[in-house]
Design a binder for this molecule. Structure first.
Ligand SMILES: Nc1ncnc2c1ncn2[C@@H]1O[C@H](COP(=O)(O)OP(=O)(O)OP(=O)(O)O)[C@@H](O)[C@H]1O
Length: 255
């Protein structure tokens, strides 16, 4: 491990839905310039844990989070934390592409406008173009920015959602199975994009697909029954896992 401070750190995090505990005592660090993959069988708490990192669980009334999570050393659950700002700094892309029913341009421009990032129309145009370029979508949409975002293909919609997250200048991007609703070609594009985005952001991705975790991530966290069983360099997790349960999962013994 290096001395570089972690972008995000979770310590002893528990999540409950009512009386049921979905995440148990999870501690993990999320670093810049790295993709961290969360893998594990269905229902093991990957998505629930991912959502603690930008307080998305606040929107679920039965959900309760305990433990500590910091962003640049700052407690994200403190009452002083502005949740709207937090979700701009820690953006999120969901399994099902969910563009607003507005134009392609507006999908990307909305966030920078409400966060006051673009004082002039020219600056807003520049943010929209830059975000769409970074999301690998500009060439496909530059002549139809006023078309509806929902008229794009599924893969294009997902890249539009990534452009929307990028537009507000996040530091961390959370992705919850971002390619699982897409065909193999659209999936390959998203994986390439994750690879390109890695240099600018800390990225955490939930995936069901172990080959995808191996392809896109540098760190892998294996969850089972709400606990973090093992966390380490992706190569190590996939070649020489320390824990029997990790080995059983990656060799397909259960899942
Ligand atoms: N909104 C909710 N209310 C109540 N229980 C929930 C809610 N969301 C998830 N759970 C429960 O919490 C546990 C963990 O679910 P979670 O979706 O985090 O797992 P996961 O590993 O992401 O699963 P999958 O890979 O199937 O998406 C499961 O038992 C699930 O039923």
């Amino acid at each position: 491990m290096t001395d570089t401070p972690h972008k995000m750190s979770a310590r002893g995090v528990n999540v409950f839905y009512g009386n049921k505990q979905a995440v148990k005592d999870v501690s993990i660090d999320i670093d810049m310039d790295k993709v961290t993959a969360f893998i594990g069988p269905s229902g093991c708490g990957k998505s629930t844990f991912l959502r603690t990192l930008n307080r998305m669980n606040d929107t679920i009334s039965s959900a309760r989070v305990t433990g500590d999570i910091t962003l640049d050393g700052e407690d994200i659950y403190s009452s002083a934390m502005d949740v709207v700002q937090l979700r701009a700094r820690v953006g999120m892309v969901f399994q099902k592409p969910n563009p607003f029913p507005k134009s392609i341009y507006e999908n990307v421009a909305y966030g920078p406008r409400i966060h006051g990032l673009a004082p002039s129309r020219a600056e807003l145009d520049a943010i929209v173009e830059r975000s769409l370029r970074r999301a690998g979508l500009w060439e496909e949409v530059k002549d139809r920015l006023q078309d509806s975002g929902t008229a794009l293909s599924g893969g294009q919609q997902q890249r539009l959602c990534i452009a929307r997250a990028i537009a507000v200048d996040p530091e961390v991007i959370l992705m919850d199975e971002p390619a699982s609703a897409l065909d193999p070609i659209a999936t390959a594009k998203i994986e390439e994009l994750i690879h390109e985005l890695r240099g600018r952001y800390a990225i955490a991705i939930v995936t069901h697909n172990m080959q995808q975790a191996a392809r896109v991530s540098q760190r892998t966290a294996f969850f089972h029954l709400g606990t973090l069983v093992e966390y380490g360099d992706t190569d190590q997790i996939f070649t020489t896992p320390h824990e029997e349960r990790t080995k059983d999962y990656i060799t397909g013994r259960y899942g």
